[in-house]
Design a protein around this ligand. Structure first.
Ligand SMILES: Cc1ncc(COP(=O)(O)O)c(C=O)c1O
Length: 358
């Protein structure tokens, strides 16, 4: 490791990141879909602008506070791919819209639509909404068999002039737990059929969708094959992580974000690094992977320390690269990341949209 980076540090490799961005854009272009990357993975305006420059139509944000940061950075087509309830947050959405931004938001209940309508009326403006469909994850989204909720959503959309129906979205996080590609494809197909059923029901009621926005990194290539899907919203692909490698979605060489640490203590059977789980997450009980010294494994972690075992053990001050199982929560732990290219430090990037509350 030639670079002189103070440890611990979150490091982003520019060359690999831009390759990831271009490859996902190429997949979307090839299948004639719009790409709207989920910016909750990186939370960095500079990277969102790289994604837009390569052809993305806008971005997704998961929280109003994230949308605000990206809008201020000049990205003005943002889908908040999450249900938003609560006056303060909805006011913020309309303030952003009144500034000329195109902010759309997910809804899955007539209550959500009513809140948007009540505040939208005050602002004399409208917000575009995508009806969130539960495509099998059993998180947010209206269920295809829940006729009562579907009827109420249709009625309230028709009676809410400040809420404009634009289409549907669906997020299939459950398919990220299906290793077998054939089974993952079947789960995606099932979710697609649910979207189509709801889409047909809305069409009968005179509500026609312009946008059907779906998917994450492990399923993007599967959704890309579906005719009535026109937008993909993967996020993790910008950096990838060990989970994506395990799923067979990518290889380890595509992983473009890592935590750099150094050895601060040694014993006969172990070394100790200067970063713990306050700098790199343990996900579902799975420790980070050591990539710079592949023969080493994490033995234990505490807040500011990681203990490694294996042989040969690295020396004092030797730099060690760690990759998390799931990259998104690790990025959110840091205020800034060091951007490097070809083993040279380029700049530091503020993780501007992290840690906000709204
Ligand atoms: C609504 C929504 N869309 C898209 C994504 C991106 O998925 P992935 O991280 O698999 O790329 C997520 C991730 O949590 C999400 O919640």
């Amino acid at each position: 490791m030639k670079m002189n980076i103070e440890t611990p540090a979150l490091v982003i490799d520019y060359g690999k990141t831009i390759r990831n961005i271009k490859e996902m854009q190429a997949l979307a272009n090839k299948s004639g879909k719009r790409l709207r990357p989920h910016a909750k993975t990186h939370k960095i305006p500079y990277l969102a602008h790289l994604q837009i420059n390569e052809g993305a139509v806008g971005i997704c944000a998961q929280k109003v506070s994230e949308a605000e940061v990206f809008a201020k950075s000049g990205i003005n087509d943002i889908l908040i791919s999450n249900e938003v309830l609560g006056e303060k947050k909805i006011r913020k959405i309309f303030e952003l819209i009144n500034l000329g931004n195109k902010i759309s938001v997910a809804v899955d209940s007539h209550i959500g639509i009513r809140e948007l309508e009540t505040i939208g009326k005050e602002y004399s403006n409208y917000v575009e909404v995508l009806v969130d469909v539960d495509v099998g994850m059993n998180r947010c989204g209206v269920n295809v068999n829940d006729n009562n909720s579907l009827e109420k959503i249709v009625d309230s959309l028709k009676n809410s002039p400040h809420v404009l129906f634009k289409g549907f979205m669906g997020y299939d996080g459950h398919t990220a737990n299906i290793k077998d590609l054939k089974l993952r494809a079947e789960a995606v197909e099932k979710g697609y059929q649910d979207i189509l059923k709801i889409k047909r029901l809305f069409e009968k009621k005179g509500l026609h969708a312009d946008i059907v926005s779906v998917g994450g990194t492990p399923s993007a290539s599967l959704w890309a094959l579906k005719e009535e899907i026109n937008e993909l919203q993967p996020g993790t692909y910008v950096f990838y992580d060990i989970h994506q490698v395990e799923l067979g979605v990518t290889d380890i060489d595509h992983i473009s974000a890592y935590v750099l640490s150094q050895v601060i203590s040694r014993a006969e059977d172990r070394v100790v690094l200067d970063v713990g789980y306050k700098g790199i997450t343990i996900e579902q009980g799975i420790y980070p992977t050591v990539v710079s010294h592949k023969w080493l494994a994490v033995k234990s972690m505490s807040e500011e320390h990681t203990v490694l075992k294996g042989s040969p053990l690295p020396d004092y001050e030797e730099k060690v690269q760690l990759i998390p199982y799931h990259v998104c929560p690790t990025i959110d732990l840091w205020d800034e990341a060091i951007l490097v290219n070809n083993d040279k430090v380029i700049t530091s990037l503020k993780i501007e949209a992290r840690g906000k509350k709204l």
